[in-house]
Design a protein. Structure first.
Length: 430
């Protein structure tokens, strides 16, 4: 069946969502807001909720992007829910293995086995300067560090045997020999271990990855247990999907690795109503800040671009030094649609180039099933344009259609995130 996650981002993924009269902009510091979103997703039987993260306050007057630190928020969300998975981005460039392993293992215990880690290498110089770097380290260096980070973190999770705890009040707290040092010595890290937290309920929290570059795809194929993807349309999704599946097989892996592209959905009782909802948000979009956002995506100053003229020529993907996934998507939009600058801003306003579906619940379900049946996705990372409205509508109206068609679960069959994704629990070292 389909896998579905809720990607939580402020008031929604549309850049103007916070400006809407019904937005939750005044609740972004209220943990009850996030707890309610997680409970809605759990009511819809979704696999997980997901938080991205950033380490710089960019364009704060353009609206909210980051607010609460996600792992802190997820501790509360774990207590407010029972079954839904909890996935957070954690940067391998700015973290250290012991700290990351300890945080995620603790959250896996708090949630009773529902935690996932989206491994990212981060991207912006302004983030790097908040962590002692002069600029973001080179791309290859970041991915080498990421792989070493994963190795060290997983070794720390395995530094306790599953049956280490004996709780003998007259003798030992742990079984002798069941807790070991890891003695990691690498290019980027030294970690003695063992971890201060016993082995997580899932063995390892589920490892997610979202790389689009060669190094990112290689890391995903060799190490990721689930993959987030950027795909503007089905051909792009099919190309990425087949490439990752091929790489996974070449790496000798036989376990499933679900691939979930981002999906922006506008749902209405009619297609006209859904498109009206989309237009209402687009009309709230401030042009100047949107051009600044576009400039960040394409690595150049777009402030002087004429809104109703075609998009100026952009460098090929091979010459672009920034994040390649989103840039490649923008190139595809420009090449296939030949939009004006104004039309491109509308495309990127929600989801930054991820697939957008607009229509009735039945139309949305049709399109999702088409991607799933034609090698484009194992599921989707839902990116509601406006929260909480659009996840409420998806859960109340689209999920029942998917369930009626046998495409999505009617109830959870297991209790852990690994259960929801059909992933085996990694064996311990004992």
């Amino acid at each position: 069946m389909l896998h579905l996650n809720l990607f939580i981002m402020g008031c929604g993924h549309h850049r103007a969502a916070w400006r809407h009269p019904d937005s939750a902009v005044d609740r972004l510091g209220d943990i009850a807001y996030y707890e309610a979103l997680a409970r809605t997703a759990e009511r819809g039987k979704l696999d997980a909720v997901f938080f991205a993260d950033g380490h710089a306050a960019l364009d704060v007057n353009d609206g909210p992007r980051w607010f609460l630190e996600p792992l802190t928020a997820m501790a509360a969300m774990a207590r407010a829910t029972e079954r839904i998975g909890l996935v957070s981005t954690v940067s391998s460039t700015f973290g250290t293995p012991f700290h990351v392993a300890r945080q995620l293992a603790s959250l896996d215990h708090i949630s009773r086995g529902r935690m996932g880690w989206n491994v990212v290498t981060s991207m912006f110089d302004v983030e790097a300067r908040n962590h002692g770097y002069e600029a973001m380290p080179p791309h290859d260096w970041r991915y080498q560090r990421a792989e070493e980070m994963v190795n060290a973190v997983q070794a720390l999770w395995d530094s306790w045997d599953d049956d280490a705890l004996v709780h003998d009040r007259q003798g030992d707290f742990v079984r002798p020999g069941s807790v070991r040092a890891v003695d990691h010595r690498g290019e980027h890290f030294r970690v003695d271990g063992p971890l201060t937290v016993p082995r997580p309920p899932q063995g390892h929290p589920v490892l997610f990855q979202a790389g689009a570059s060669e190094q990112g795809r290689d890391l995903a194929a060799r190490r990721a247990e689930a993959v987030y993807a950027v795909a503007y349309d089905l051909p792009a999704a099919q190309s990425y999907y087949s490439d990752i599946k091929r790489r996974v097989a070449a790496a000798g892996r036989t376990s499933p690795v679900p691939i979930m592209p981002g999906l922006v959905v506008y749902v209405g009782s009619t297609e006209a109503e859904a498109r009206a909802r989309q237009r209402a948000l687009d009309e709230l979009l401030p042009v100047a800040s949107s051009l600044r956002q576009l400039g960040g995506f394409v690595g150049q100053d777009c402030s002087g671009w004429a809104l109703d003229e075609p998009v100026p020529p952009l460098p090929p993907l091979s010459a672009f030094k920034g994040p390649q996934g989103r840039y490649g998507t923008i190139l595809r939009i420009v090449e296939t649609e030949r939009p004006t600058v104004r039309q491109l801003l509308g495309r990127l306003a929600a989801g930054g180039g991820h697939c957008t579906m607009v229509g009735t619940p039945e139309q949305i379900a049709d399109q999702m099933a088409h991607w799933w049946r034609n090698g484009g996705a194992d599921g989707f990372n839902l990116m509601p344009p406006a929260l909480p409205r659009d996840i409420d509508d998806f859960v109340d109206h689209v999920v029942p259609v998917l369930q009626q068609r046998g495409l999505f679960r009617r109830d959870y069959e297991g209790h852990t995130l690994r259960d929801h994704l059909g992933l085996a629990r990694p064996p311990g070292r004992s």
